[in-house]
Each structure stands twice: as structure tokens, then as C-alpha cells.
Design a protein around this ligand. Structure first.
Ligand code: PMP
Length: 434
């Protein structure tokens, strides 16, 4: 390849990538293959999405035959039957009461859709002053203007700061390394951080607050696991003040934590759940927002036959995505992959914590098949050590994800225990070298 200038790569230092390109050509099962044929163990499920592994024959077949049968169908005023069937199938795995699905094409679109539904819902039931939105520091909710506004990662906002949506506050993040470093599973300290929502209610009054959005386990900021009791406390405060609670489960949805959704795992039911990624095991772009009955019904009770929600995408419920999603959900069920994630979690936990004493490691965190190993940054150069580890791991045949100086892990749910243990050993060598 000669030209690295035409493709402007997302979230990448394009100028350094071209000096040391990490190219992928093919994938099968839990491995990627480099152009020369060398294999790379996928410890991230692509980008937190390929939960069924790569190239599952049933999913491949479903996409191929759908392409031949119906390439595209609009869902404005027309519909493809399979979309209704899929929606019904999906609401069979969502928490009880979240029985309606709005289809999108990505996590960012799911987040913007959920925020718009929240605002429209408040108006629909005569509470038009409830417009403020509350996110959380270090939250990642995609890159739409809604998502970066409620998101709490400074780098994702600072280049665009004049254009953010107004009326947004952020709860404090729940990362308390001085109290919770090297926790296994849910950290013990920090449920009280949810009470900050009470302070925001005092400040703005509940009459002005539409919704709170959080990732049950924050992913992109480096796998921040919620303290014991934190999410329940958030739900209670939202209930007390008639504020909607949105869980962004773009990463945690579809088995990553052992249950279909974090909502079930932590026994806290939000009013909406945003998803994407593992919805189709990453094979075809698709997102979905799961909506509680009370929200959906508020729109359906509108008098007359006007359109209930002025929102949607050309590719909402695209036939290829629907086919991929149906096959993916079937694979998850038939292969028992969510249970498998739960069974593998202790092996994964031990493998990650075996790196606790590796040079430079300052924290290890995990829940289900989601985890992180955090390293101390180089003096004056945050992220530099992370990039060196990313490259060295890739050279050693491992694909990891780096956020700053934190290594994040979210392997396909199909990975074997021995592969996790072998990867931790290899990574120990990499950390010692770097
Ligand atoms: N929300 C969360 C929690 C995510 O992790 C992501 C993607 N990492 C998004 C939203 C955005 O998804 P997408 O990149 O598909 O727009």
C-alpha cells in the first residue's frame, strides 16, 4: 500500500499509524489474521462488539441470503415483516416492561434517539419544562452532538465545545482508585456518589430535568465498574423526582456481563436501554433503543392519527441488519453464550489479576467478560506507554484496546479459558519488555 492519506481514520493518530500500520485482512473465530497470515488473538471482540466471534457460519449465511432476497426496504410508511418479528424476539430478552424497540444504525444514533425520545416524552405528557439532561464524568455515549454533550470525556468535547447542546450537567464518575484499586467485581466503595443527583435536583428543580444517562459499566473510559448499590440508588432518586433513567448498554448489552443486559445483572430497570455493537455481533451496523411501556404509550395515546415521533433513519431496520441480528440472537441462545460469559468470568478475572504485579500496573478491574489493566503514565506523556503496549501486544499476536494508559479487554464470548490464560501470560511478557 502506498497511500495512507485518503482514508482519514477515526480516533487514530493518522500520522503515526502510517509509520507502523496495524493491518488486518481476515478473521475467523477468536482470531484476526494479518496480511501475511500471522494470527492475532482478538481480546476486544473487534471493538466490544463481536460477541459471537468472527465469521459464525449461521450469521454469514443469513446475511448472504438476505442480500439476495431483499436488499433494502424503507420503514417510513412501509415495512419488512422481519423487522416486526425481530422486535418481538428482542423484547423477549429485555427486562420486563421494556417492550418496544426503535431501530438505529449505531450506538451514537441510539443515544441521540433515546435523548430525543426523553425530551419528546416529557412534552407529550405536558411537562415541557423538563428539558435538562444529566450525564456523568468519564461517560462515553458516542459522537453525535447529544452523545458528546452528555458524555464526560474531555478529549471528545474540547474540539467542538461551542456547539454542544445546552442544559446538561454531569454526575461525578465512580472511579475511586484510592479506595477500590484491584477490586474483583463490584467495588465496595462509592454508592454515595449517586446522591450527587439529589444536589442537581436541588439546584435545578425536578420540574426542569428530563433524564439521566449512564453506562452501567463505563467502557471507553477504561472499564469503570459501578460500586455496590450505586445503580439502585440512582434509580431510587430518579423515581423520587420523576426523572427518566437511561442505561447506555452499547457495550454491556447482549451477554458481556453474563446476563442479556446489565439491567438484569444488577437488578435495576431503566426507562430506556441504548444498544448497538453485539446486537448483530458487529457484523452489520445496527443499533436499537429499548423503550418502556409508559413512554411508548404516552406517544400512542396522542389524539388523531398523526405521526407519533418525528424521528428515524433511512436505514432503520435495514433488512441486512435485521437478518444479521436475528441470526446473531439465535446463535447467542443456541450456543448459550451469555451463560458461557458468566462461567468464564472467574477465569478471566484471575487472568487479568495475574498481571497486578507486572511493571507499571496500578489497577486491575473486571466484571463479567469486561476488564481493564491500568498502567502508570510516562512522565509528561499520558498515553505514550499505552501505545507502546498496544504495538508490542500486536507484534506478539494479541489485539487489545487502549484508552490512555489503560488496557481494556472484552473478548468474544466464545473464547476458551486456555486462550485467556495464555494471553495473560504473553501480556505479562509484553509489559515487562515495555
Ligand atoms: N455508547 C457507548 C457506551 C459506547 O461504548 C459506544 C461505542 N464505543 C457508543 C455509545 C457509540 O457507538 P458507535 O461508535 O456505534 O456510534
Amino acid at each position: 500500500m502506498k497511500n495512507f492519506d485518503s482514508f482519514w481514520m477515526p480516533f487514530t493518530s493518522n500520522r503515526t499509524f502510517r509509520n507502523q500500520p496495524r493491518l488486518l485482512e481476515r478473521a475467523e473465530g477468536v482470531y484476526y489474521y494479518k496480511p501475511g497470515g500471522e494470527k492475532v488473538l482478538d481480546l476486544v471482540a473487534g471493538l466490544w462488539c463481536c460477541n459471537a466471534g468472527h465469521g459464525h457460519p449461521k450469521i454469514v449465511e443469513a446475511i448472504q441470503s438476505q442480500a439476495a432476497e431483499l436488499d433494502y426496504a424503507p420503514h417510513f410508511n412501509f415495512a419488512h415483516t422481519a423487522a416486526f418479528e425481530l422486535a418481538e424476539q428482542l423484547t423477549g430478552v429485555t427486562p420486563a416492561g421494556l417492550d418496544h424497540v426503535f431501530f438505529t444504525n449505531s450506538g451514537s444514533e441510539s443515544v441521540d434517539t433515546a435523548l430525543k425520545i426523553a425530551l419528546a416524552y416529557q412534552r407529550e405528557r405536558g411537562k415541557a419544562t423538563k428539558t435538562r439532561l444529566i450525564g456523568r464524568e468519564r461517560g462515553y455515549h458516542g459522537v453525535g452532538f447529544g452523545g458528546i454533550s452528555v458524555g464526560g470525556i474531555p478529549y471528545n468535547r474540547m474540539q467542538f465545545s461551542t456547539a454542544l447542546i445546552p442544559g446538561v450537567d454531569h454526575l461525578p464518575h465512580t472511579h475511586l482508585p484510592e479506595k477500590n484499586a484491584f477490586s474483583r467485581g463490584l467495588p465496595a466503595e462509592g454508592a454515595y456518589l449517586a446522591d450527587e443527583l439529589e444536589r442537581l435536583v436541588t439546584l435545578h428543580h425536578a420540574d426542569n430535568i428530563a433524564a439521566v444517562i449512564v453506562e452501567p459499566v463505563a467502557g471507553s473510559a477504561g472499564v469503570l465498574v459501578p460500586p455496590v448499590g450505586y445503580l439502585k440508588r440512582l434509580r431510587e432518586i430518579c423515581d423520587r423526582h420523576d426523572i427518566l433513567l437511561i442505561f447506555d448498554e452499547v457495550i454491556t448489552g447482549f451477554g458481556r456481563l453474563g446476563a442479556p443486559f446489565a439491567a438484569q445483572e444488577f437488578d435495576v430497570v431503566p426507562d430506556m436501554i441504548t444498544t448497538a455493537k453485539a446486537l448483530t455481533s458487529g457484523t452489520v451496523p445496527m443499533g436499537a433503543v429499548f423503550v418502556a411501556d409508559h413512554i411508548y404509550n404516552a406517544f400512542m395515546e396522542r389524539p388523531g392519527s398523526a405521526i407519533e415521533l418525528f424521528h428515524g433513519y433511512t436505514y432503520s431496520a435495514h433488512p441486512l441488519a435485521v437478518a444479521a441480528c436475528r441470526a446473531t440472537q439465535q446463535v447467542y441462545a443456541e450456543d448459550g453464550l451469555f451463560d458461557r460469559a458468566r462461567e468464564l468470568a472467574p477465569v478471566f478475572e484471575d487472568a487479568l489479576h495475574s498481571l497486578a504485579d507486572a511493571p507499571g500496573v496500578i489497577d486491575v478491574r473486571n466484571y463479567g467478560l469486561m476488564g481493564a489493566v491500568e498502567m502508570a503514565p510516562d512522565d509528561g506523556a499520558p498515553g505514550a506507554r499505552g501505545m507502546r503496549v498496544l504495538q508490542a501486544a500486536f507484534d506478539a499476536g494479541l489485539m487489545i484496546r487502549i484508552t490512555g494508559d489503560t488496557i481494556a479487554f472484552s473478548p468474544p464470548l466464545t473464547i476458551e479459558a486456555a486462550q485467556l490464560e495464555g494471553a495473560a501470560e504473553k501480556l505479562g511478557v509484553v509489559l515487562a519488555q515495555v
